[in-house]
Ligand binder design. Structure first.
Ligand code: ZN
Length: 129
């Protein structure tokens, strides 16, 4: 059983880390132009708008890249662990560094869907088939 370390939660990242309590993957989005921003930034990269708010993404994505960690960095996280970049369906280039869980084989381009693992006050978004 994996117990993930609790992330440092800041005002800017709170929605991302806690949205999973309601089953929501909350990603920062520019209210002026609709661009999704991850990690959350105070200013939109595309239009320089400053009205950035968390919105629920679909939770669907594809594996953009991955590696398999075989070293036990933490006693509560037995290897192997799949560390992956998942590109969300909402926007090209909108990628999360995350884990892929619940499957024996991972391939680039594989469709995945978010699920959440609780760690302290946080709900860590991870992905499975
Ligand atoms: Zn914008």
């Amino acid at each position: 059983m994996t117990e993930r370390p609790t992330p440092a939660i800041s005002e800017r990242t709170a929605a991302f880390w806690t949205g999973g309590a309601n089953g929501e993957l909350l990603i920062a989005r520019c209210q002026a132009c609709g661009w999704w921003l991850h990690p959350p930034l105070p200013v939109c990269r595309r239009c320089h708008g400053r009205d950035i708010r968390p919105e629920a993404a679909s939770g669907h994505g594809t594996v953009w890249s991955f590696t398999i960690n075989r070293y036990q960095w933490s006693p509560s996280m037995p290897p192997p662990q799949v560390i992956a970049e998942v590109e969300l369906a909402e926007q090209p280039g909108l990628r999360l560094l995350t884990s892929v869980v619940g499957c024996d084989e991972v391939t680039i381009g594989m469709p995945v869907r978010v699920r959440f693992e609780q760690a302290g006050d946080a709900w860590i978004p991870v992905f499975g088939p």
